[in-house]
Write a protein that binds this ligand. Sequence first.
Ligand code: UDP
Ligand code: MG
Length: 331
Amino acid sequence: MSAPSINLNRAGRKAISVVLPVLNEAASLSLLLPELAAALSRCDVDWELVIVNDGGCDNLEEVVARFERQSMYSNVQLLRLSRNFGKEAALTAGLAAARGDAVLCMDGDGQHPPELIQRMVAEWRSGHDMVVAAQSDRKHENRLLAYAKQRFYRFLQSGERFKIPPNAGDFRLMDRRVVQALMRMPERARFMKGLYAWLGFKTSIVPFAAAERTAGCSKFRLGQLLELASLGLTSFSMRPLRMVSAAGAVISLCALAYGVYILADTLIYGNPVSGWATLASGMMLLSGIQLLCLGVIAEYLGRVFEETKQRPLYILDECIDHSMVGQQELA
Ligand code: UDP
Ligand code: MG
């Protein structure tokens, strides 16, 4: 953990860091930042913003500078990663830089309503270490995709001792203890929803209806979603490997039974062994299944390879910390 817990301004007041990972969201942020400042000022806390530019190439700096000029209370850290590392890495960079007693993670596209923050802070103050905002309806999401996600999370958790709250994402408030525990997890495979759930802690769920994006479109294409699903599976579940073993056992039993049947058919009824077509298609089916199983094993092996390289999760290009400016303005 790089940064200790501090009170950002007045002694004795709790401080909240808001981490916003963004990739070309300047247009949305210009609307979101004033709303966020207004919502936070209603919470009776000190606060800072940690905006992580995940390799975007828009006018984010300008938008943040304008917000700082217009805002009475400016306390912003603007981190720029050296390229696009993905949302999970950007979130980790933000969490490492956050200095509040609690950290709120939210998207920068305006889909996470700032009005919910007051309620989340109240839940945190009442003793919950993690306050998770869960989407009560997913009307902005493709129906099929929402269903696939639901099935995926059910599969991922079956037989596991941790539970990923349904429809929960990265919009959550975490006490510093949770953030510290999260940062102690050394793995490169940052499947955040799984990591949060694995940690445990006293959790409260707050339902919310996600808004439409205020600008731009989702950064997650189908390919990236599949990649994220594979990351989640290989870093949190051994089930695919067990399914491969189970498939091998079932196919072997079937092959054995078929062999006994052919033997009996030949010895008892004297039917000659025939059917090259059956043989050929059986061979092709089995080689397909074998390759599929190898692919599953290779996914896990690839994950081990990634972990052994021990590369940093992200590279910080620049960190502009305006928090001192905020403190001077308030004094
Ligand atoms: N994001 C990011 N890096 C990426 C992809 C996304 O920092 O590689 C940010 C994005 O700018 C937004 C948040 O992550 O603030 C959620 O992304 P998005 O809205 O595209 O995801 P969705 O809401 O469609 O799941
Ligand atoms: Mg979004």
